[in-house]
Design a protein around this ligand. Structure first.
Ligand SMILES: C[S@@+](CC[C@H](N)C(=O)[O-])C[C@H]1O[C@@H](n2cnc3c(N)ncnc32)[C@H](O)[C@@H]1O
Length: 199
């Protein structure tokens, strides 16, 4: 018997890039634009997030996450909050940005630059000035297994509203050098049947 297709599941299903975590060097550039004394809501973040760890050093932070039953599309903190800063899922980004704009409060949300090729940002930001914090290098996100996805095919920016002092800011991303395995360790790790016989 043919199964009925649930169109909402197809349109709004999560993708492979949704469970990726922002490294500290990608959070640091936005810190200087967060006004003193404001409460920041990080709506896609658990306590383990670098957004929560770094922003809470300078501002009050409220974090929430789908895993805790706090769906950004339906839920908001009961406590007062002033601005949103985070990295939303790449799937269904239109829904997340539309919701962020509905609050009419400043936000800074990481998104791929390829999104600028779509009509959606032009439609939803038509009467709301989109601000961009752009970088000279690509952010490489951490995967849920703890490894860095260094084969990333796109660059990302902070898509902001009412957040930056001007519409487009070009900044440098100060990335730590890639961790490479020292040659000594490589040779030690290679299984050599000849030396194994000797010792
Ligand atoms: C791109 S990841 C970023 C995680 C974290 N903000 C960071 O940057 O390290 C997006 C996260 O949002 C969560 N998420 C997905 N849908 C959500 C929703 N409707 N409301 C809240 N969180 C959601 C995903 O499970 C995922 O952990």
């Amino acid at each position: 018997m043919a199964q009925e297709l649930d169109s909402s599941k197809i349109l709004y299903s999560s993708g492979n890039n949704d469970e990726c975590y922002t490294p500290d060097y990608a959070v640091k550039p936005i810190l200087q634009y967060i006004p003193k004394g404001v409460t920041v809501w990080c709506p896609f973040d658990t306590e383990a997030s670098e957004f929560v760890r770094l922003i809470s050093k300078q501002n009050k932070v409220i974090s929430s996450h789908l895993d805790n039953g706090q769906d950004f599309l339906q839920w908001q903190p009961k406590e007062h909050w002033d601005i949103i800063v985070s990295n939303p899922p790449f799937s269904n980004k239109r829904k997340f940005f539309e919701r962020a704009l509905l609050f009419n409060k400043p936000f800074a949300l990481i998104m791929t630059n390829t999104w600028l090729n779509d009509s959606t940002p032009k439609i939803i930001f038509k009467d709301k000035d989109l601000q961009l914090l752009m970088f000279d290098k690509r952010m490489e996100f951490n995967q849920s297994d703890g490894k860095v996805n260094n084969k990333i095919t796109f660059s990302s920016s902070y898509y902001c509203w009412n957040f930056l002092p001007k519409q487009i800011i070009m900044d440098k991303l100060i990335k730590p050098p890639r961790q490479t395995v020292p040659p000594y360790q490589v040779s030690q790790d290679i299984c050599n049947p000849l030396t194994e016989l000797l010792y």
